[in-house]
Design a protein around this ligand. Structure first.
Ligand code: S3P
Length: 432
């Protein structure tokens, strides 16, 4: 689907105040939907992520024969059982969603039919060899266009492997583990660095807990999943990060983020905010089937410079663009070892630097990192480059500009957070 970029005015605001109930987590929604399609019965997913990416996953699963009934935020999925999805008539469209394409490829590798997985212009640029290689080792035939989509997958009987990915990636880990469910024997992924563990937790919720030993995760092939009936998706921690950073950098702000997933693998950005001097409190309020949930409150404090080292990058990968605001409005922000940012929905180093510079920020970039120094923003026109997280980052940055700005491609927020601008308006109105 091609969308004409819409330009949105961005009006400066002194601070952010109020309460936000976060939309359902994107990462967890994809996984629950895919596992529900592989389970035998009917699963109802509550608070399913409302963004376009998770809709792409549902559309692909429906095209593969799963029953999908989507009403507001509840999604009912009638699963077919492991290896029982049916051949799609048309190419499957993952849209803008790397998670949909990579994780679904793991499932399709174990199905005895040909399928074609394609996506939008951005997704067609992103590296797919990282999943094609291990899935080929397991016995699938996968054709790519020089390592990129469209993918033509001829699945079939798979053998278990032990796989050590070169880059830390939860999507790659998940693709191999999902293929492993369809394989004979035990499939192990040994991660180079820890990545989010939602797949491991989701597998447990579907009655197939993997065994975990440090960075080794092993699934047993050939087991059936158990339908959990009802699952509640926690609020998206990466979406919460926008408000948390906004509250940290604009003096006088305070936001309370409710119903947020508190999986420790997703909250490293709070450590960065604390290190910078923001006031952060976290109150767990329970656990929704293996995923902890709670409330996060953030208010501004005097900020100091922060530096993210390569070791900390995997746990911050989706939050690094918005954390750059600590550099503009605080005392500086630098990250190294983050070349992966260049392989996301956009080149998130080049497009971040271009957009922030257009607003007046001082930012320097190099192959695997960037540094932002404190800047007075005069305002300007920032281009989201089709990337949802850059759109939200620029929208927040523009609040602190001296004059109104413009956001080109504002509609990209719909990929993960369709209600972003409504929440932004509420938080700035409440603070006025
Ligand atoms: C995700 C993993 C990360 C992240 C993406 C979602 C997931 O990607 O950037 O937004 O749900 O597993 P990589 O696995 O490519 O690091």
């Amino acid at each position: 689907m091609s969308v004409v970029p819409s330009t949105r005015p961005l009006i400066p605001a002194a601070r952010l105040c109020g309460i936000v109930v976060l939309p359902g987590d994107k990462s967890i929604s994809h996984r629950y939907a895919m596992l529900a399609a592989l389970a035998g019965g009917r699963t109802t997913l509550h608070h399913y992520a409302p963004g376009r990416d998770c809709r792409s996953t549902l559309d692909c699963l429906a095209a593969l024969g799963a029953g999908v009934d989507h009403e507001a935020e509840a999604v009912r999925i009638e699963g077919r059982g492991i290896g029982r999805l049916t051949a799609p008539v048309d190419p499957l469209d993952a849209g803008n969603s790397g998670s949909t394409m990579r994780m679904l490829a793991g499932i399709l590798a174990g199905h005895p039919f040909r399928s074609v997985l394609d996506g939008d212009r951005s997704l067609r640029q992103r590296p797919m060899r990282r999943i094609a290689d291990p899935l080929t080792r397991m016995g699938a035939r996968i054709e790519t266009r020089e390592g990129r989509a469209p993918l033509v997958i001829d699945g079939g009987p798979l053998r278990a492997i032990t796989f050590e990915p070169e880059v830390p990636s939860a999507q790659v880990k998940t693709a191999v583990l999902l293929a492993g469910l369809h394989a004979e024997g035990d499939t192990t992924v040994i991660e180079p660095a820890p990545t989010r563990d939602h797949t491991e937790r989701a597998l447990a919720a579907f009655g197939a807990p993997p065994s975990i030993d440090g960075r080794r995760v092993t699934v047993r092939g050939g087991q059936a999943l158990v339908t959990p009936h009802d699952l509640v998706v926690p609020g998206d921690a990466s979406s919460a990060a926008f408000w948390a950073v906004g509250a940290a950098v604009f003096p006088g702000s305070e936001v309370e983020l409710q119903g947020v997933g508190l999986n420790p693998g997703r909250l490293a950005f709070l450590d960065v905010l604390r290190a910078a001097g923001a006031r952060v409190s976290v109150a767990p309020v329970g656990e929704q089937r293996a995923e902890p949930v709670g409330r996060i409150t953030v208010s501004a404090g005097p900020l100091t410079a922060v530096r993210v080292s390569p070791r900390d990058v995997p746990a911050l990968i989706d939050e690094l663009p918005v954390l750059a605001l600590l550099g503009i409005f605080g005392a500086g922000f630098r990250v190294d070892g983050a070349a992966e940012l260049r392989t996301k929905e956009a080149d998130r180093i080049a497009a971040l630097a271009a957009g922030l510079r257009a607003l007046g920020a001082r930012i320097e970039e190099w192959a695997d990192g960037f540094e932002v120094t404190p800047s007075r923003l005069r305002g300007g026109s920032a281009d989201a480059a089709g990337d949802h997280r850059l759109a939200m980052t620029f929208a927040l940055a523009a609040l602190g500009a001296e004059a109104p700005s413009q956001l080109v491609g504002a509609e990209a927020v719909a990929v993960s957070y369709p209600g972003f601008f409504d929440d932004l308006r509420r938080l700035t109105d409440a603070a006025a």
